[in-house]
Design a protein around this ligand. Structure first.
Ligand SMILES: O=P(O)(O)OC[C@H](O)CO
Ligand SMILES: [Mg+2]
Length: 240
């Protein structure tokens, strides 16, 4: 499924690729969901996907404010205390992070074909290090990493700051946004990429409301389904 009006802008002329990380390259969104379900259960409330959709992709403190306010617990738990409460659980979970299907194949393919690749994630450096500790070799193929606590990321997704910083830091940057393809899983991330004037492929969790698929230029169910040649990128040479 795709947005026909937006599809033509960059197709065939992509030179650089920016990856989101949580929920796109790494199967880490489930950890946030798990701890947030536990915390809300303490207040006899359920964590649902409409709230999840609003939080994912954002900087931690921005997501925390949405969590306590929208779930109606802000009088009992501040955003700051929520972050403290979930931290010990996340610290145990993040080092077990696994790759999403197709992530390794796509990263290795683009790197082998000399397509410059990088990451723009909302996650901050301490959590980034925990999440990627089992995947250092693969992540070393990235030209650079822009994290949520980067000084140039004044505002998190859906603001374009992270993606624009990422485009500036390529060796031949700043790269024209029209030539950049972003991969994202989160509604806020898809908006951030479009706010940066970039092309975006969304790989949404099937539990997200379908209305969130309207903004992206292309929707795929898995990175395994991505066809580089549709974007002017070198095709896979395997038969998958
Ligand atoms: O999806 P990312 O990589 O921007 O990460 C954002 C948060 O850490 C998790 O939603
Ligand atoms: Mg994400």
């Amino acid at each position: 499924m795709s947005n026909p009006a937006a599809v033509t802008a960059g197709r065939g002329s992509i030179t650089h690729v920016i990856f989101d990380m949580d929920g796109l390259l790494l199967d880490t969104e489930k950890f946030y969901t798990e701890v947030q379900e536990i915390i809300l259960a303490r207040f006899n409330k359920k964590f649902d996907w409409s709230l999840k959709a609003k939080m994912m992709g954002r900087k931690a403190i921005e997501a925390a404010r949405i969590f306590v306010e929208e779930s109606g617990i802000s009088d009992s738990l501040s955003a700051e205390d929520f972050l403290v409460e979930r931290e010990s659980m996340l610290q145990d979970l993040f080092p077990t992070s696994e790759l999403m299907p197709g992530a390794s194949r796509l990263i290795k393919h683009l790197h082998a074909k000399n397509i410059p690749i990088c990451i723009a994630t909302g996650t901050h450096t301490r959590h980034y290090d925990l999440k990627t500790q089992r995947h250092r070799e693969l992540f070393s193929l990235m030209h650079h990493i822009v994290r949520g606590d980067d000084p140039e990321v004044k505002q998190g997704k859906p603001a374009p700051d992270g993606f624009l910083a990422a485009a500036r830091r390529f060796k031949d940057g700043p790269v024209d946004s029209q030539k950049v393809l972003v991969f994202e899983d989160a509604p806020s991330g898809v908006l951030a990429a479009k706010n940066a004037g970039m092309n975006v492929v969304m790989v949404p969790d099937p539990r997200l409301d379908i209305s969130y698929q309207d903004v992206a230029d292309q929707i795929i169910t898995s990175l395994l389904d991505f066809k580089p040649e549709e974007w002017g990128l070198p095709p896979f040479e395997d038969s998958n």
